[in-house]
Design a binder for this molecule. Structure first.
Ligand code: ZN
Length: 256
């Protein structure tokens, strides 16, 4: 039963991952993400049902488009595996704390899913287009606000710090919207979302891991002459991924 549930969650995660790659590609181009069928970006052939099964289709088609033979980027496959693993880890964490349906743990899991969606999309879009999508952060912010109201009304938690961070987020959001869409302002907006979502305690961890990720990216990009200057580095990508890693580590150390 446990293995069965774990497997279902892993598969659900891979479908999430598959959806993320599509969303990262389409959202900045303002294309529809739910109705239009996926297609191969090289030959524009609409994908069949079998081509849409995450992970398996990549392995089955040996990393190539079935219609034109063009290579499929491995990142799609990796993100599907990553999302599956994150979902599986969430399940193991819930299981480790006993009752799968205990409210606090479930609450954490629901919140984690929204934060994961927000951060993966922001990180992915930043990696592809080097811009931080403020609409997605606004979505994350709204989910976080619903959670804050819930904490206050149902759990009687002191939400003072959430209000401070929320005001900060709104101010930076207005700055980014009306005054300057500069990349630094975008990074500030991302940071204020993360402050609200994971708290100030996470900051040293996120900062150090981000620097390591940026260092690795620079090193990997050396051969391809990529990431020569700071103006090319996807800082939001590094911060987003670091925060996800922090959340996963946190989920294993939390006491419910
Ligand atoms: Zn093709």
């Amino acid at each position: 039963m446990e293995i069965f549930l774990g497997a279902i969650l892993f598969v659900m995660g891979t479908f999430f991952g598959s959806f993320f790659t599509l969303a990262v590609y389409r959202i900045p181009l303002k294309k529809d993400i739910t109705h239009e069928r996926s297609f191969c970006p090289t030959c524009n052939h609409k994908l069949g049902a079998l081509d849409l099964v995450p992970v398996w289709s990549y392995l089955f088609l040996q990393g190539k488009c079935r219609y034109c033979g063009e290579k499929i980027r491995i990142r799609y496959f990796l993100l599907e595996i990553l999302s599956g693993s994150v979902f599986l880890m969430m399940y193991l964490m819930l299981n480790q704390h006993g009752d799968f349906f205990t409210m606090n743990i479930l609450e954490f899991a629901i919140l984690f899913v929204f934060q994961y969606i927000t951060l993966v999309l922001v990180a992915g879009i930043d990696k592809e287009y080097r811009t931080i999508n403020s609409s997605i952060l606004l979505f994350g912010f709204c989910c976080q606000m619903v959670y804050t109201v819930y904490l206050y009304v149902v759990r009687n938690v002191n939400i003072y710090r959430y209000i401070i961070y929320a005001i900060l987020f709104v101010l930076v959001f207005l700055l980014n919207w009306k005054v300057s869409k500069n990349y630094l302002v975008q990074i500030m907006l991302l940071m204020s979302y993360i402050l609200l979502a994971v708290g100030v305690i996470a900051m040293p961890f996120v900062a150090i891991l981000s620097i390591i990720i940026l260092g690795i990216l620079k090193w990997l990009g050396m051969r391809k002459n990529k990431y020569q200057t700071w103006q090319q580095m996807p800082v939001g990508f590094a911060i987003g991924i670091s925060t996800i890693v922090y959340k996963i580590v946190e989920s294993f150390t939390l006491q419910f």
